[in-house]
Design a protein around this ligand. Structure first.
Ligand SMILES: [Fe+2]
Length: 247
């Protein structure tokens, strides 16, 4: 069962950590319309059954980005609206998606879902078409921003300069939002020994996030040890990069 992490007059938000990469899925339910949107689903039946059991119509999928762990279930959401930023094609995404955001990098557009009002922010860097969503008391940051750090930039389509610019962009947005709103990331990482929350307030993230604190200084930014890794995924990304330049 997913955890209910927020209920307001207009909305219910559920969170579940699913799959091999322990990706955080977020379900948003509009109480007025009884419609639900799932962000970055790893399993389809899990969410389709859960929403059906509660009498909600899961109509829509929003993808923060198209890495495997955030989009694995998408082919099984037959007949649903599947939204993704078109720049994800730059990293080889070829669907299935049927609705596209195309706002310029580091810009914001309005998103209406039932009676709920959100904003979608283009935040490239971890992936070329990465999006983050804010509104109604939450900020879903995907793999752009985790609670204590940020997403890596060494996968195919990643870009370190873009990621830094996105973090400036996100920080500006966070600073203007009510500081008690919840930041909901794409993955958990331990903040301190034994402490791995799945959400924090904006106030806590602004105070504690190592990446947001590092972006003002080149030296601090360059010394972050979580922007790239020496692992199989990074090796594969280098091969993809070389073959994309050849073709
Ligand atoms: Fe990712």
């Amino acid at each position: 069962m997913p955890s209910c992490i927020l209920e307001t007059e207009k909305m219910i938000v559920y969170q579940a950590q699913l799959g091999d990469f322990a990706n955080l899925n977020h379900l948003i339910v509009c109480k007025a319309s009884l419609k639900a949107v799932i962000i970055d689903p790893f399993y389809s039946d899990y969410w389709l059954n859960f929403t059906a059991d509660n009498g909600w119509d899961l109509t829509t999928v929003w993808l923060t980005h198209t890495h495997w762990d955030h989009s694995k279930a998408v082919p099984d959401f037959v007949g649903k609206e599947i939204w993704v930023h078109q720049n994800e094609y730059q990293r080889g995404w070829n669907g299935p998606s049927n609705h596209y955001w195309n706002n310029p990098s580091w810009s914001t557009i309005d998103l209406q879902f039932g009676e709920l009002k959100f904003k979608a922010h283009s935040t490239p860097g971890h992936s070329p078409g990465h999006m983050a969503f804010s509104g109604e008391g939450i900020f879903v940051t995907g793999d752009c921003l985790f609670l204590g750090r940020c997403g890596r930039i060494d996968l195919f389509g990643g870009n370190k300069k873009h990621q830094r610019k996105s973090l400036f962009f996100v920080r500006e947005i966070l600073e203007k939002l009510p500081d008690y709103w919840l930041v909901l990331p794409g993955h958990l990482y331990e903040l301190s020994e034994g402490y791995s929350p799945s959400m924090l307030s904006i106030r806590e993230v602004l105070a504690e996030n190592e990446a947001l604190r590092a972006i003002d200084e080149n030296e601090a930014w360059e010394s972050l040890d979580f922007l790239s890794f020496d692992d199989e995924m990074a090796k594969r990304a280098r091969v993809q990069e070389r073959s994309s330049k050849r073709s």
